[in-house]
Design a protein around this ligand. Structure first.
Ligand SMILES: [Zn+2]
Length: 283
């Protein structure tokens, strides 16, 4: 019976398919994986998937985050036609892309919108780890470089939410080249005196953490996010030392001066809106 409550599908949602073509399953109750408290899914959704009991941050999909962040009807999605190809003819890559597109309803592991946050204009880019683990391929790099070019031309601040497993292995060196390409676009945006806020979410790792995720004018991270370059086990085996339990968490990095702040997702919009407003007033 209890099982039924947990897993009862919202009939309407399961019968229909969302506009993006992905199937939606809704449960009435959700158990917090951290404190195990049973939460109403609707309440949890209103709190952007943050547990009301222990503040544990559960995953949120990129489109939901964008909707929660931008003022109603203020957003215009950009660069929707940029999508991955298979430049190195890597086996099965096209099938994997197709499957991720169907699963997520996205064309790439990054969505970009020009909109307003509490009345302040900005260009917002959000990575989605459900698509090829948010890995950085040529299309993602191109979208991000265009984001900064667009913002430079329109004299707008940029906010990038990162969530990534690092470089996209199926694109080899072309993937790694994106780090340099995006960094140049960020530099031009910066030289034009414009604001870039890097906002790292769970998980931000590999080449992404080592490039555009950590070079913001303001570097933020979400509560509890895993952030690091190499995996914990690899580092421990290399240096032959046991690492602290909170190593590679947002809170650890803040304590060690690597971040400007750690932000609870529930406060995300107000926090960013305030920074954008302050910045607008001083420039
Ligand atoms: Zn909890």
């Amino acid at each position: 019976m209890l099982k039924d409550i947990f897993f009862k599908l919202n009939k309407k949602a399961s019968d229909e398919k969302s506009e993006s073509g992905t199937e939606k399953q809704e449960t009435i109750m959700t158990k917090c994986p951290s404190c195990k408290k049973i939460l109403y899914s609707k309440d949890l959704h209103k709190r952007l998937n943050v547990c009301s009991n222990c503040d544990h941050h559960m995953p949120i999909i990129s489109t939901d985050r964008m909707d929660a962040l931008l003022d109603i009807d203020s957003g215009t999605e950009l660069f929707t036609s940029v999508t991955s190809v298979n430049p190195l003819n890597f086996p099965n890559y096209e099938e994997k892309l197709k499957s991720d597109k169907e699963k997520t309803g996205l064309e790439e592991a990054l969505i970009v919108s020009h909109g307003k946050i509490m009345g302040n204009e900005a260009v917002v880019a959000i990575m989605d780890p459900r698509f090829r683990m948010g890995s950085m391929g040529s299309a993602l790099g191109e979208k991000l470089a265009r984001t900064f070019q667009y913002a430079t031309e329109h004299r707008l601040p940029v906010i990038v939410f990162t969530a990534s497993g690092g470089a996209r292995m199926q694109e080899g060196i072309l993937s790694l080249m994106q780090m340099a390409k995006v960094s140049v676009a960020i530099e031009r945006h910066s030289k034009a005196g414009l604001l870039y806020i890097a906002y790292m979410t769970n998980p931000t790792t590999g080449g992404v953490s080592a490039s555009f995720a950590s070079v913001g004018d303001i570097n933020l991270a979400e509560t509890g996010a895993l952030i690091g370059f190499a995996g914990r086990r690899v580092i421990e085996e290399t240096i032959k030392e046991k690492l602290p339990d909170d190593f590679q968490t947002a809170e650890f990095l803040l304590k060690h001066g690597q971040l400007d702040d750690v932000v609870n997702r529930v406060n995300m919009k107000r926090y960013l809106g305030t920074i954008l407003k302050m910045h607008k007033e001083v420039v």
